[in-house]
Design a protein around this ligand. Structure first.
Ligand SMILES: Cc1cc2nc3c(=O)[nH]c(=O)nc-3n(C[C@H](O)[C@H](O)[C@H](O)COP(=O)(O)OP(=O)(O)OC[C@H]3O[C@@H](n4cnc5c(N)ncnc54)[C@H](O)[C@@H]3O)c2cc1C
Length: 375
């Protein structure tokens, strides 16, 4: 590949010189951060560097759930995190969606406020009514809405599922088109005059009195500020608690008479499914092989895909035949805490990483908060 020191004067000065901020990663967070910075500093020159020919982490791979916590996931989160942290994250998800919809028209990304069902299997412990009441009163402090969470007693009969005894409905959740979301953010960034270059990897950086020097796969460039939005790949550049977590999904071929106009979660959020153009998109199962799925390798594996197919066959579509059309994976960034890292790392270096399984909801708010830290 052509190196920076082989470029023409025009190329070098247009694409690699004089940027006020260089952002690493063109996912939801990188794009949202660039847009938020440009709005605060209209005269700044902003460059986004993306290592893939498309964004190559999670933002073009995800399931498109605009979600902020199923009851069984929140129940589990409250066991492992403080109450404050759990509701702060819920708030970030709620505010994040509002921020996203101020940036882009929900209709342009096929947003459907269809709600979600958290399905409880026959052998699983039910969540008691007191806990649902608690969720409703705490979530109301954030959303000002009554009865966000409701008990649905007969989801098996309603949707034709097998082995499901009850469900909890969350009226605030919804679904959207993942590809259209990233395309809209991309177009918004371009309209604002942000430069985006694909196929360029940042392999490291050095700070000196002369400024920041970025080591790229095509040579070196200087930057006034570096903003790391590389999520699951962040440990390549910074020493923070972020580890890669691969997530796999599959999509069936179109199925006749599919009547599942909602989004669904199971097993504390470890499985999720929805419809898209008469197909079922199903993801999850990384809890069955945590070690194997702690990787940045964008591949699918037979064992996880088999777990997903079994779930489809035995629980979701027990009375229907189906064929798999697509299967893929993406890389999330997770850590001991579920909260994202939004911080100044060192002078002129910032990071917005560790989005877990909720970047669709929180990404725009993270970009906004990160932009406010940058001086
Ligand atoms: C299968 C799957 C399903 C999911 N489902 C949902 C869901 O339904 N709802 C939800 O809210 N969340 C979901 N998520 C999580 C969500 O997609 C992420 O939280 C979100 O996309 C993170 O956005 P990001 O911009 O931080 O990271 P990313 O989208 O991963 O962006 C980081 C970018 O940085 C680039 N990069 C990395 N290192 C470098 C480098 N050194 N130089 C240059 N570029 C670099 C990567 O190629 C990548 O494009 C899912 C994730 C997966 C994988």
């Amino acid at each position: 590949m052509l190196q920076i020191d082989q470029l023409s004067y025009w190329e070098k000065t247009t694409y690699f010189d004089g940027f006020d901020a260089v952002i690493i990663g063109a996912g939801i967070v990188g794009l949202s951060t660039a847009i938020a910075i440009k709005k605060r500093h209209p005269n700044w020159r902003i460059l986004i560097l993306e290592k893939g020919y498309l964004p190559s982490g999670a933002s073009t791979k995800n399931a498109g759930f605009a979600c902020f916590g199923s009851p069984s996931e929140l129940f589990d989160d409250l066991k492992n995190n403080s109450e404050n942290q759990v509701w702060e994250t819920f708030n970030l998800r709620y505010e994040g969606l509002k921020t996203l919809f101020q940036l882009i028209d929900p209709q342009k990304i096929d947003y459907l406020p269809c709600g979600s069902y958290d399905l409880i299997k026959l052998n699983e412990e039910e969540i008691n009514l007191d806990f649902i009441n608690y969720l409703n009163s705490e979530s109301k402090k954030i959303t000002h809405k009554n009865n966000t969470f409701l008990i649905e007693n007969n989801p098996g009969e309603k949707f034709g599922f097998n082995g499901i005894k009850c469900a909890y409905f969350n009226s605030l959740e919804g679904s959207l088109h993942t590809g259209k979301l990233i395309e809209q953010l991309h177009q918004k960034a371009i309209q604002l005059g942000i430069t985006i270059l694909f196929g360029i990897e940042c392999q490291g950086y050095e700070s000196s009195e002369l400024g920041l020097l970025l080591a790229l796969n095509i040579g070196e460039m200087k930057a006034d500020r570096l903003i790391i939005c590389s999520n699951g790949f962040a440990s390549q550049l910074i020493d923070e608690d972020v580890v890669p977590a691969r997530a796999q999904v599959l999509i069936t071929k179109p199925i006749a008479n599919l009547q599942l106009e909602s989004t669904f979660h199971m097993d504390k959020g470890y499985y999720y499914f929805r419809t898209i153009n008469n197909r079922i998109l199903l993801g999850g199962g990384r809890n069955t092989d945590i070690t194997g799925e702690t990787t940045t390798a964008i591949e699918t594996t037979e064992n996880i895909q088999a777990v997903l197919k079994t779930l489809l066959k035995e629980v979701i579509l027990p009375n229907q035949s189906f064929e798999i059309d697509y299967a893929w994976s993406g890389i999330m960034g997770i850590g001991a805490s579920k909260q994202p890292i939004i911080k100044k790392i060192s002078p002129n270096v910032y990071a917005g990483v560790r989005m877990g399984g909720m970047g669709v909801a929180i990404g725009a708010a993270v970009g906004q908060q990160l932009s406010e830290l940058i001086d």
